[in-house]
Design a protein around this ligand. Structure first.
Ligand code: GCO
Ligand code: MG
Length: 402
Protein backbone atom coordinates (compact mmCIF):
# COMPACT_ATOMS: atom_id res chain seq x y z
CA UNK A 1 0.00 0.00 0.00
CA UNK A 2 1.93 3.00 -1.33
CA UNK A 3 1.67 6.56 -0.05
CA UNK A 4 0.85 8.68 -3.09
CA UNK A 5 0.01 11.98 -1.43
CA UNK A 6 0.50 13.78 1.87
CA UNK A 7 -0.54 17.31 2.66
CA UNK A 8 -0.76 19.76 5.54
CA UNK A 9 -4.07 21.52 6.21
CA UNK A 10 -4.04 24.62 8.41
CA UNK A 11 -7.37 25.92 9.65
CA UNK A 12 -8.67 28.23 12.38
CA UNK A 13 -12.28 27.41 13.35
CA UNK A 14 -12.07 29.54 16.54
CA UNK A 15 -8.43 28.42 17.05
CA UNK A 16 -5.55 27.15 14.92
CA UNK A 17 -5.16 23.49 14.01
CA UNK A 18 -2.58 21.80 11.79
CA UNK A 19 -3.63 18.47 10.25
CA UNK A 20 -1.81 15.97 8.05
CA UNK A 21 -3.73 13.95 5.47
CA UNK A 22 -2.00 10.93 3.90
CA UNK A 23 -3.49 9.15 0.87
CA UNK A 24 -2.55 5.71 -0.48
CA UNK A 25 -2.73 4.12 -3.92
CA UNK A 26 -5.60 1.96 -2.63
CA UNK A 27 -7.77 5.01 -2.11
CA UNK A 28 -7.56 4.90 1.70
CA UNK A 29 -6.55 8.01 3.59
CA UNK A 30 -5.70 8.78 7.19
CA UNK A 31 -5.39 11.99 9.18
CA UNK A 32 -3.19 13.07 12.09
CA UNK A 33 -3.08 16.18 14.30
CA UNK A 34 0.10 18.31 14.20
CA UNK A 35 -0.98 21.26 16.34
CA UNK A 36 1.64 22.81 18.63
CA UNK A 37 0.00 25.78 20.31
CA UNK A 38 1.65 29.11 19.41
CA UNK A 39 4.23 27.40 17.16
CA UNK A 40 1.87 25.93 14.54
CA UNK A 41 3.70 27.07 11.41
CA UNK A 42 7.02 25.62 12.58
CA UNK A 43 5.49 22.13 12.61
CA UNK A 44 3.73 22.76 9.29
CA UNK A 45 7.05 23.68 7.71
CA UNK A 46 8.87 20.74 9.32
CA UNK A 47 6.27 18.46 7.74
CA UNK A 48 5.98 20.17 4.36
CA UNK A 49 9.63 20.95 3.81
CA UNK A 50 11.36 18.02 5.50
CA UNK A 51 9.19 14.96 6.20
CA UNK A 52 6.61 14.78 3.42
CA UNK A 53 9.18 14.69 0.57
CA UNK A 54 10.63 11.54 2.23
CA UNK A 55 7.20 9.99 2.77
CA UNK A 56 5.85 9.85 -0.76
CA UNK A 57 6.29 6.39 -2.30
CA UNK A 58 6.78 4.58 1.04
CA UNK A 59 4.70 1.59 2.13
CA UNK A 60 1.96 2.99 4.43
CA UNK A 61 1.77 -0.29 6.35
CA UNK A 62 5.35 0.04 7.69
CA UNK A 63 4.43 2.34 10.58
CA UNK A 64 7.33 1.38 12.86
CA UNK A 65 9.92 1.69 10.11
CA UNK A 66 8.62 5.12 9.06
CA UNK A 67 8.67 6.24 12.70
CA UNK A 68 12.28 5.09 13.13
CA UNK A 69 13.25 6.65 9.80
CA UNK A 70 12.06 10.08 10.90
CA UNK A 71 13.26 9.79 14.51
CA UNK A 72 16.68 8.28 14.00
CA UNK A 73 17.11 9.70 10.53
CA UNK A 74 16.81 13.32 11.68
CA UNK A 75 20.03 13.10 13.71
CA UNK A 76 18.61 15.93 15.92
CA UNK A 77 16.00 14.14 18.01
CA UNK A 78 13.26 14.65 20.57
CA UNK A 79 12.25 18.34 20.32
CA UNK A 80 8.52 19.21 20.45
CA UNK A 81 8.38 20.47 16.85
CA UNK A 82 9.92 17.31 15.40
CA UNK A 83 8.01 14.93 17.68
CA UNK A 84 4.68 16.61 16.91
CA UNK A 85 5.37 16.28 13.18
CA UNK A 86 6.28 12.59 13.57
CA UNK A 87 3.17 12.06 15.72
CA UNK A 88 0.89 13.47 13.01
CA UNK A 89 2.28 11.08 10.39
CA UNK A 90 2.16 8.17 12.84
CA UNK A 91 -1.51 8.75 13.75
CA UNK A 92 -2.49 9.13 10.08
CA UNK A 93 -0.76 5.80 9.33
CA UNK A 94 -2.52 4.02 12.24
CA UNK A 95 -5.79 5.46 10.92
CA UNK A 96 -5.03 3.97 7.50
CA UNK A 97 -4.00 0.59 8.96
CA UNK A 98 -7.19 0.34 11.00
CA UNK A 99 -9.30 1.34 8.00
CA UNK A 100 -7.51 -1.27 5.88
CA UNK A 101 -8.28 -3.88 8.57
CA UNK A 102 -11.87 -2.58 8.73
CA UNK A 103 -11.55 -2.19 12.51
CA UNK A 104 -11.86 0.61 15.03
CA UNK A 105 -8.32 1.50 16.09
CA UNK A 106 -8.66 0.15 19.64
CA UNK A 107 -9.15 -3.35 18.22
CA UNK A 108 -5.86 -3.14 16.41
CA UNK A 109 -4.08 -1.99 19.58
CA UNK A 110 -5.20 -5.03 21.55
CA UNK A 111 -8.93 -4.68 22.06
CA UNK A 112 -11.16 -3.22 24.69
CA UNK A 113 -10.00 -3.02 28.32
CA UNK A 114 -12.92 -0.93 29.61
CA UNK A 115 -16.42 0.23 28.69
CA UNK A 116 -16.01 4.01 28.97
CA UNK A 117 -13.23 6.55 29.40
CA UNK A 118 -13.54 8.59 32.59
CA UNK A 119 -12.87 12.24 31.75
CA UNK A 120 -12.39 15.40 33.75
CA UNK A 121 -13.79 18.78 32.80
CA UNK A 122 -12.55 22.28 33.68
CA UNK A 123 -14.46 24.33 36.24
CA UNK A 124 -13.15 27.83 36.83
CA UNK A 125 -14.22 31.15 38.28
CA UNK A 126 -12.67 34.42 39.32
CA UNK A 127 -13.71 33.84 42.97
CA UNK A 128 -14.07 30.74 45.13
CA UNK A 129 -17.87 31.16 45.16
CA UNK A 130 -17.95 31.31 41.36
CA UNK A 131 -15.68 28.24 41.01
CA UNK A 132 -17.80 26.29 43.49
CA UNK A 133 -20.92 27.08 41.44
CA UNK A 134 -19.10 25.99 38.25
CA UNK A 135 -18.08 22.68 39.83
CA UNK A 136 -21.78 22.19 40.66
CA UNK A 137 -22.63 22.72 36.99
CA UNK A 138 -20.19 19.97 35.96
CA UNK A 139 -21.61 17.62 38.60
CA UNK A 140 -25.07 18.25 37.13
CA UNK A 141 -23.74 17.41 33.66
CA UNK A 142 -22.71 14.02 35.02
CA UNK A 143 -18.94 14.48 35.38
CA UNK A 144 -17.24 12.13 37.86
CA UNK A 145 -14.03 14.19 37.88
CA UNK A 146 -13.57 17.95 37.76
CA UNK A 147 -10.52 20.18 37.65
CA UNK A 148 -11.01 23.35 39.72
CA UNK A 149 -9.09 26.62 39.20
CA UNK A 150 -9.85 29.93 40.82
CA UNK A 151 -8.71 33.56 40.61
CA UNK A 152 -6.04 34.56 43.12
CA UNK A 153 -6.93 37.63 45.24
CA UNK A 154 -4.50 40.43 44.42
CA UNK A 155 -3.63 39.12 40.92
CA UNK A 156 -5.37 40.61 37.88
CA UNK A 157 -5.56 37.28 36.03
CA UNK A 158 -4.76 33.65 36.76
CA UNK A 159 -3.90 30.62 34.65
CA UNK A 160 -6.96 28.48 33.93
CA UNK A 161 -9.57 31.13 34.72
CA UNK A 162 -11.48 32.42 31.71
CA UNK A 163 -14.56 34.39 30.77
CA UNK A 164 -15.89 31.85 28.32
CA UNK A 165 -15.96 29.01 30.90
CA UNK A 166 -16.80 25.86 28.92
CA UNK A 167 -14.55 26.73 25.98
CA UNK A 168 -11.53 28.03 27.87
CA UNK A 169 -9.00 29.05 25.24
CA UNK A 170 -5.37 29.12 26.33
CA UNK A 171 -3.96 31.13 23.37
CA UNK A 172 -5.48 34.56 23.73
CA UNK A 173 -3.59 37.14 21.70
CA UNK A 174 -1.86 38.07 18.44
CA UNK A 175 1.28 38.72 20.50
CA UNK A 176 1.77 37.22 23.99
CA UNK A 177 -0.19 39.04 26.69
CA UNK A 178 1.68 39.57 29.97
CA UNK A 179 0.32 38.27 33.28
CA UNK A 180 1.61 38.92 36.79
CA UNK A 181 2.27 36.06 39.20
CA UNK A 182 2.83 35.76 42.96
CA UNK A 183 3.56 32.33 44.40
CA UNK A 184 2.78 33.37 47.98
CA UNK A 185 -0.63 34.81 47.05
CA UNK A 186 -1.41 31.65 45.10
CA UNK A 187 -0.34 29.29 47.88
CA UNK A 188 -2.57 31.10 50.35
CA UNK A 189 -5.67 30.83 48.16
CA UNK A 190 -5.73 27.24 46.81
CA UNK A 191 -6.34 25.18 50.01
CA UNK A 192 -9.37 27.35 50.81
CA UNK A 193 -10.92 26.52 47.43
CA UNK A 194 -10.69 22.78 48.02
CA UNK A 195 -11.88 23.10 51.62
CA UNK A 196 -15.04 24.85 50.45
CA UNK A 197 -15.51 22.39 47.57
CA UNK A 198 -15.38 19.39 49.91
CA UNK A 199 -17.67 21.10 52.44
CA UNK A 200 -20.16 21.83 49.67
CA UNK A 201 -20.12 18.62 47.62
CA UNK A 202 -18.56 15.99 49.87
CA UNK A 203 -16.07 13.40 48.68
CA UNK A 204 -17.98 11.53 45.94
CA UNK A 205 -16.33 13.32 43.01
CA UNK A 206 -12.72 13.37 41.94
CA UNK A 207 -11.17 16.84 42.17
CA UNK A 208 -8.03 17.88 40.30
CA UNK A 209 -5.87 21.00 40.17
CA UNK A 210 -3.22 22.35 37.76
CA UNK A 211 -0.37 24.57 39.01
CA UNK A 212 1.04 25.04 35.48
CA UNK A 213 4.73 24.74 36.35
CA UNK A 214 4.84 27.63 38.83
CA UNK A 215 6.45 26.16 41.98
CA UNK A 216 9.82 24.97 43.27
CA UNK A 217 9.97 21.44 44.71
CA UNK A 218 9.69 22.66 48.32
CA UNK A 219 6.78 24.98 47.50
CA UNK A 220 5.07 22.09 45.72
CA UNK A 221 5.65 19.94 48.81
CA UNK A 222 3.95 22.59 50.97
CA UNK A 223 0.98 22.78 48.59
CA UNK A 224 0.65 19.00 48.29
CA UNK A 225 0.70 18.67 52.06
CA UNK A 226 -1.87 21.42 52.62
CA UNK A 227 -4.23 19.75 50.11
CA UNK A 228 -4.01 16.26 51.67
CA UNK A 229 -7.25 16.55 53.72
CA UNK A 230 -9.20 17.24 50.49
CA UNK A 231 -8.01 14.04 48.77
CA UNK A 232 -7.25 15.33 45.29
CA UNK A 233 -7.21 12.90 42.36
CA UNK A 234 -4.03 14.71 41.35
CA UNK A 235 -1.97 17.86 41.60
CA UNK A 236 -0.71 18.64 38.08
CA UNK A 237 2.51 20.28 36.87
CA UNK A 238 3.40 21.69 40.27
CA UNK A 239 7.09 21.87 39.28
CA UNK A 240 8.71 22.32 35.86
CA UNK A 241 10.29 18.95 35.10
CA UNK A 242 13.52 19.69 33.26
CA UNK A 243 15.16 18.53 36.49
CA UNK A 244 13.49 15.16 36.94
CA UNK A 245 15.34 14.44 40.22
CA UNK A 246 13.80 17.64 41.63
CA UNK A 247 10.58 15.67 42.08
CA UNK A 248 12.18 13.55 44.84
CA UNK A 249 11.91 16.35 47.37
CA UNK A 250 8.31 17.13 46.42
CA UNK A 251 7.32 13.44 46.35
CA UNK A 252 8.80 12.56 49.71
CA UNK A 253 6.84 15.25 51.54
CA UNK A 254 3.30 14.59 50.38
CA UNK A 255 0.80 11.83 49.65
CA UNK A 256 -1.17 14.01 47.22
CA UNK A 257 -0.94 12.15 43.86
CA UNK A 258 1.31 13.84 41.29
CA UNK A 259 0.69 14.29 37.55
CA UNK A 260 3.07 15.79 35.01
CA UNK A 261 4.08 15.60 31.36
CA UNK A 262 1.83 17.54 28.97
CA UNK A 263 4.89 19.36 27.61
CA UNK A 264 7.09 16.27 27.32
CA UNK A 265 8.00 15.09 23.83
CA UNK A 266 9.52 11.67 24.51
CA UNK A 267 10.04 8.81 26.94
CA UNK A 268 13.41 10.30 27.88
CA UNK A 269 11.65 13.29 29.48
CA UNK A 270 9.91 11.03 32.00
CA UNK A 271 12.07 7.94 32.33
CA UNK A 272 13.47 8.89 35.74
CA UNK A 273 10.15 10.27 36.98
CA UNK A 274 8.54 6.92 36.18
CA UNK A 275 11.28 4.49 37.17
CA UNK A 276 11.88 6.19 40.54
CA UNK A 277 8.11 6.27 41.15
CA UNK A 278 8.18 10.05 41.58
CA UNK A 279 4.81 10.51 39.84
CA UNK A 280 1.43 8.79 39.70
CA UNK A 281 0.11 9.96 36.31
CA UNK A 282 1.90 10.65 33.03
CA UNK A 283 0.15 13.35 30.96
CA UNK A 284 2.17 13.18 27.74
CA UNK A 285 -0.24 12.58 24.89
CA UNK A 286 -0.21 11.31 21.35
CA UNK A 287 0.14 14.60 19.43
CA UNK A 288 3.18 15.95 21.27
CA UNK A 289 4.81 12.66 22.20
CA UNK A 290 5.60 11.02 18.86
CA UNK A 291 2.21 9.42 18.20
CA UNK A 292 0.69 6.09 19.13
CA UNK A 293 3.91 4.23 18.36
CA UNK A 294 5.88 6.17 20.99
CA UNK A 295 3.08 6.58 23.56
CA UNK A 296 2.78 2.80 23.71
CA UNK A 297 6.36 2.64 24.93
CA UNK A 298 5.74 5.31 27.57
CA UNK A 299 2.57 3.55 28.76
CA UNK A 300 4.32 0.18 29.02
CA UNK A 301 7.23 1.66 30.99
CA UNK A 302 4.74 3.44 33.26
CA UNK A 303 2.79 0.23 33.87
CA UNK A 304 5.88 -1.41 35.39
CA UNK A 305 6.01 1.33 38.04
CA UNK A 306 2.31 1.72 38.93
CA UNK A 307 2.07 4.95 36.94
CA UNK A 308 -1.18 5.48 35.04
CA UNK A 309 -2.03 7.57 31.97
CA UNK A 310 -3.83 10.91 32.19
CA UNK A 311 -3.64 12.31 28.67
CA UNK A 312 -3.59 16.04 28.03
CA UNK A 313 -6.84 17.03 26.27
CA UNK A 314 -7.03 20.82 26.12
CA UNK A 315 -8.79 22.64 23.24
CA UNK A 316 -5.50 23.20 21.41
CA UNK A 317 -5.31 19.45 20.76
CA UNK A 318 -7.65 18.84 17.83
CA UNK A 319 -10.56 16.37 17.75
CA UNK A 320 -8.16 14.13 15.77
CA UNK A 321 -5.96 13.80 18.85
CA UNK A 322 -9.03 13.25 21.03
CA UNK A 323 -10.29 10.49 18.73
CA UNK A 324 -6.92 8.73 18.64
CA UNK A 325 -6.47 9.18 22.42
CA UNK A 326 -9.87 7.63 23.14
CA UNK A 327 -8.98 4.51 21.16
CA UNK A 328 -5.69 4.33 23.04
CA UNK A 329 -7.51 4.88 26.37
CA UNK A 330 -10.02 2.15 25.51
CA UNK A 331 -7.16 -0.33 25.15
CA UNK A 332 -4.31 0.76 27.47
CA UNK A 333 -4.19 -1.44 30.60
CA UNK A 334 -2.86 1.26 32.96
CA UNK A 335 -5.43 3.93 32.10
CA UNK A 336 -6.04 6.62 34.73
CA UNK A 337 -8.18 9.44 33.34
CA UNK A 338 -8.57 11.58 30.19
CA UNK A 339 -8.76 15.39 30.15
CA UNK A 340 -11.72 16.70 28.15
CA UNK A 341 -12.07 20.37 27.27
CA UNK A 342 -14.89 20.79 24.83
CA UNK A 343 -14.22 22.16 21.34
CA UNK A 344 -16.46 24.86 19.92
CA UNK A 345 -19.20 24.00 17.41
CA UNK A 346 -17.12 25.46 14.56
CA UNK A 347 -14.20 23.13 15.43
CA UNK A 348 -16.49 20.11 15.73
CA UNK A 349 -17.99 20.88 12.29
CA UNK A 350 -14.56 21.00 10.63
CA UNK A 351 -13.59 17.70 12.31
CA UNK A 352 -16.63 15.36 12.18
CA UNK A 353 -16.12 12.56 14.74
CA UNK A 354 -17.90 9.58 16.21
CA UNK A 355 -16.88 9.79 19.90
CA UNK A 356 -19.50 10.92 22.40
CA UNK A 357 -19.92 11.97 26.05
CA UNK A 358 -22.39 10.39 28.46
CA UNK A 359 -22.49 10.32 32.25
CA UNK A 360 -18.93 11.47 32.86
CA UNK A 361 -17.43 9.11 30.29
CA UNK A 362 -16.31 9.53 26.68
CA UNK A 363 -16.78 6.65 24.30
CA UNK A 364 -14.68 5.94 21.20
CA UNK A 365 -16.79 5.15 18.14
CA UNK A 366 -16.90 1.89 16.20
CA UNK A 367 -16.01 3.23 12.74
CA UNK A 368 -12.85 1.80 11.14
CA UNK A 369 -9.81 3.97 11.99
CA UNK A 370 -9.73 6.56 14.76
CA UNK A 371 -13.14 7.85 13.76
CA UNK A 372 -12.27 11.52 13.05
CA UNK A 373 -12.31 13.17 9.64
CA UNK A 374 -11.65 16.66 8.27
CA UNK A 375 -14.07 18.65 6.09
CA UNK A 376 -11.49 20.30 3.83
CA UNK A 377 -13.92 22.72 2.16
CA UNK A 378 -15.08 24.04 5.50
CA UNK A 379 -11.51 24.11 6.84
CA UNK A 380 -10.53 26.39 3.92
CA UNK A 381 -13.03 28.99 5.13
CA UNK A 382 -11.04 29.59 8.33
CA UNK A 383 -7.57 30.98 7.55
CA UNK A 384 -4.70 30.79 10.04
CA UNK A 385 -4.67 33.56 12.65
CA UNK A 386 -1.56 34.04 14.74
CA UNK A 387 -2.23 33.48 18.45
CA UNK A 388 0.06 33.06 21.44
CA UNK A 389 -0.20 31.75 24.96
CA UNK A 390 0.34 34.46 27.58
CA UNK A 391 3.66 34.92 29.38
CA UNK A 392 4.18 35.54 33.07
CA UNK A 393 6.22 38.01 35.15
CA UNK A 394 6.68 38.23 38.90
CA UNK A 395 5.41 41.35 40.65
CA UNK A 396 8.89 42.92 40.40
CA UNK A 397 8.98 42.38 36.63
CA UNK A 398 11.14 39.21 36.53
CA UNK A 399 10.23 36.90 33.66
CA UNK A 400 8.66 33.70 35.03
CA UNK A 401 7.09 30.43 33.85
CA UNK A 402 3.75 30.39 32.07
C1 GCO B 1 -4.11 21.63 30.61
C2 GCO B 1 -3.05 22.54 30.09
C3 GCO B 1 -3.50 23.58 29.14
C4 GCO B 1 -2.26 24.19 28.47
C5 GCO B 1 -2.48 24.37 27.02
C6 GCO B 1 -1.24 24.90 26.36
O1 GCO B 1 -3.86 21.05 31.65
O2 GCO B 1 -5.12 21.50 29.96
O3 GCO B 1 -2.23 23.01 31.11
O4 GCO B 1 -4.31 24.53 29.76
O5 GCO B 1 -1.91 25.39 29.04
O6 GCO B 1 -2.91 23.17 26.47
O7 GCO B 1 -1.36 24.90 24.98
MG1 MG C 1 -1.98 21.36 32.44
Amino acid sequence: MKIIDAKVIITCPDRNFVTVKITTDQGLYGIGDATLNGRELAVASYLQDHLIPCLIGRDASRIEDIWQFFYRGAYWRRGPVGMTAIAAIDVALWDIKAKAANMPLYQLLGGRSRDGIMVYGHANGSTIAETVAEVGRYIEMGYKAIRAQTGVPGLASTYGVSKDKMYYEPADNDLPSENVWSTSKYLNSVPELFKVLRETYGYDHHLLHDTHHRLTPIEAAQLGKSLEPYKLFWLEDAVPAELQEGFRLFRHHTTTPIAVGEVFASIHDCQQLISEQLIDYIRTTIVHGGGITHLRRIAHLAELYHVRTGFHGATDLSPVTMGAALHFDTWVPNFGIQEYMRHTDATDEVFPHDYHFANGYLYAGEKPGHGVDIDEKLAAKYPYKRAYLPVNRLEDGTMFNW
